[in-house]
Design a protein around this ligand. Structure first.
Ligand code: AMP
Length: 329
């Protein structure tokens, strides 16, 4: 079975955009591939989080991914910093990664521009750490968005370069992978653009019923259709897109017909949408709380993941050390 590995940025609570854009595919992937998921806490150090911040966000992400349906018995989920052999590979790869090529990476240039007083070496070598995370397990595929495509190219370059330097056929080149043919874009409720943490327009999986309702009822709309069967302007289309994700086909068709007939009442649509979002989130929310309150279980799952991932990475590293020339006397 092909190996798929995916890193998760520990950047706070999951929202509907994360769920339908990424997490849902992970849940399906674990049934079709040999999957591993890790929470990229080393990577997060580039922005200098506080210790408390790291602990809390890693724990939150772990609880939320499990609540969404990652099954640690099918797909190990581990914390990046628990798997030390990856650090060694990071060091080895850095020896053959060149300043010029690292500086040319778009995401590095972007960060250097937006945070000029914190252009640290971790930021520069982000692609080598990402390569180490994946190559340490000799994964076949990595599910990535467009923004990670260049990092994937660097990863393949490092793999090829290692093979060439040592004249081996050791690392395979991991492929970028899109589980769904068409990427899902979950819109926000503010009329345009996508749902996102930094946009401040997100509905979180852990939001309670009242919060969901408040957010949905505030969604931007217009004064209603003025022609039969007219095309929906973006704010309205966004509500229908959300409806298509969380509501039944019947509900969707009902409001769609009402829109086409110009009899729609946005208040009713929003009430239904809020109700359906809540129905979707409620079981996940309950499981999030259950995991958050069960520190022991989280620790056990993280340990189990770390053991599997360390075993896999250590196996690769034993061979890498041998290839490079680090042999025990
Ligand atoms: P972020 O929370 O921005 O770090 O996003 C993590 C991942 O969630 C991204 O790589 C996307 O795959 C997915 N994602 C985030 N927001 C959306 C959205 N509004 N629509 C679809 N996918 C999203």
């Amino acid at each position: 079975m092909e190996k798929v590995i995916s890193g998760i940025r520990p950047t706070g609570n999951l929202h509907l955009g994360n769920y339908f854009g990424a997490v849902k595919s992970f849940i399906e992937m674990q049934n079709n591939y040999e999957c591993m998921f890790f929470i990229a806490d080393w990577h997060s150090l580039t922005t200098h989080p506080t210790p408390e911040n790291i602990r809390r966000s890693v724990r939150t992400i772990l609880a939320e991914y499990l609540a969404c349906g990652i099954d640690p018995d099918k797909a190990p989920i581990y914390i990046q910093s628990d798997v030390k052999p990856v650090l060694e590979l990071y060091l080895f790869l850095n020896m053959n990664a060149y300043l010029g090529e690292l500086e040319r990476v778009t995401s590095f240039k972007e960060k250097a521009r937006t945070q000029p007083d914190n252009v640290n070496a971790g930021l520069l070598t982000y692609p080598t750490l990402m390569a180490a995370d994946v190559l340490a397990h000799k994964a076949d595929k990595v599910p990535v968005g467009k923004d990670q495509e260049q990092n994937m190219e660097m990863m393949r370059l490092f793999a090829r370069r290692f093979n060439r330097i040592y004249n081996v056929d050791f690392f395979k080149e991991p492929a970028s992978f899109h589980f769904y043919d068409k990427a899902v874009k979950v819109p926000g409720l503010d009329g345009s653009g996508k749902m996102g943490k930094s946009e401040g327009n997100a509905i979180y999986l852990c939001d309670d019923e009242a919060t969901i309702k408040k957010k949905v009822m505030r969604a931007v709309t217009d004064s209603g259709p003025t022609k039969l069967n007219q095309e929906k302007p973006e704010p309205i289309q966004n509500l229908f897109t959300l409806l298509s994700l969380v509501s039944s086909q019947d509900t969707y068709d009902y409001f769609n017909d009402q829109y086409n007939q110009m009899t729609i009442r946005y208040g009713d649509l929003k009430k239904q949408l809020a109700q359906d979002i809540n129905a979707f989130c409620a079981p996940i929310r309950e499981r999030i709380t259950a995991y958050q309150n069960d520190e022991e279980q989280l620790a056990r799952i993280a340990k189990q993941g770390a053991e599997k991932a360390t075993e896999s990475a250590e196996k690769t590293l034993r061979q890498v050390r041998e290839i490079i020339g680090f042999r025990p006397y």
